[in-house]
Design a protein around this ligand. Structure first.
Ligand code: HEC
Length: 312
């Protein structure tokens, strides 16, 4: 034997080194082919094939088990509703935002905070500045300390944030059977299905199907993950009377509050679409211009040939 026996790994490393040191493409291709499946020993072929079958089988089994064990048989996915602001260039319906704020204030605000919204945010969106000042003055805000070091209350100002129904999460849980009503500022961004989900959730309460019972203090809602939600149905027909005279059916109320929540989560919505339109119009002019410059002006420069002619 002219070579000492070595481990197969060392042979492999040598083989790879061999491949890397080939100079021409043809040699490289030849070396790579030598490393193919066919060149492996029979035992290795069997081992690799078994591993492959096991991996594929395991993944398939996991997928099937996941599908069958997933307890979402009774969960409904929200349909996609034709929101008036869905279009590429459609703005939010601001009359609807205004009604939605009224719904939030008169219904949802009893349990849900919207701590990232200040009264000033409503100015020019759903209300005039005078109206918002009036709304802000309705609340009492603790401010201070004054010169004597005492805290005092004063009427709200434009710069104040929306009042919270509970002073801390523990108080909120205590008042709601242990469930925490989430802050609604960004709720449509925080849930799959966005406003379609919130709309379906608000209007989707129903009796549990036969054989299903929900615990005391929970309500059946097919759109809520797990189907048992701690929020009692918050809205129904005529739950409030709209200032603008719109008839407050359940679906109207849900639609308005969802539009309001979409605005709250994405106040730049209208601005974003307006900018998008400007961008499209700008690029409609710029792109042909750039094309012209590249093909006609620039090509002359780029296809120039500079040659050095040595003196004879
Ligand atoms: C009586 C108190 C109460 C009122 C009023 C109320 N909610 Fe709730 N809400 C809750 C509680 C409690 C939860 C938490 C439910 C849970 O986790 O099971 C909740 C949860 C939610 C959720 C989150 C659901 C999820 O996917 O986690 C949304 C959205 C919501 N409420 C919207 C509203 C809207 C909009 C209104 C006004 C029309 C409203 N709620 C009025 C108590 C209330």
């Amino acid at each position: 034997m002219d070579r000492p026996t070595r481990s197969p790994d060392l042979n492999l490393i040598e083989h790879i080194w061999d491949i890397m040191s080939r100079s021409t493409d043809q040699e490289l291709a030849h070396a790579l082919v030598n490393m193919s499946f066919a060149s492996l020993s029979k035992g290795r072929k069997v081992a690799i094939s078994t591993l492959g079958v096991l991996t594929a089988g395991g993944a398939g089994l996991a997928l099937v088990l996941h599908q069958s064990v997933k307890a979402s048989d009774l969960e409904l996915h929200p349909p996609s509703y034709p929101w008036s602001h869905n279009g590429l260039l459609s703005s939010l319906d601001h009359a609807s935002i205004r009604r939605g704020y009224q719904v939030y204030k008169q219904v949802c605000a009893a349990c849900h905070s919207m701590e990232y919204l200040a009264f000033r945010n409503l100015v020019g969106v759903s209300h005039t500045e005078e109206e918002v000042k009036g709304l802000a003055e309705e609340i009492e805000v603790v401010d201070g300390p004054d010169e004597s070091g005492e805290m005092f209350t004063r009427p709200g100002k434009l710069s104040d944030y929306f009042p919270k129904p509970y002073s801390n999460p523990e108080a909120a849980r205590a008042a709601n059977n242990g469930a925490l009503p989430p802050d609604l500022s960004y709720i449509v961004n925080a849930r799959h299905g966005a406003e379609d989900y919130v709309f379906s959730l608000l209007t989707g309460y129903c009796d549990p199907p036969a054989g299903v019972s929900v615990r005391e203090g929970l309500y059946y809602n097919p759109y809520f993950p797990g189907q048992a939600i701690a929020m009692a149905p918050p809205i129904y027909n005529e739950v409030l009377e709209y200032d603008d005279g719109t008839s407050a059916t359940m679906s109207q109320v849900a639609k308005d509050v969802c539009t309001f929540l979409r605005w709250a989560a994405e106040p730049e919505h209208d601005q974003r679409k307006r900018m998008g339109l400007k961008l499209l119009m700008g690029s409609a002019i710029l792109i042909p211009l750039v094309y012209y410059l590249k093909r006609h002006r620039w090509s002359v420069l780029k296809s120039r040939k500079i040659a050095y002619r040595p003196p004879k």
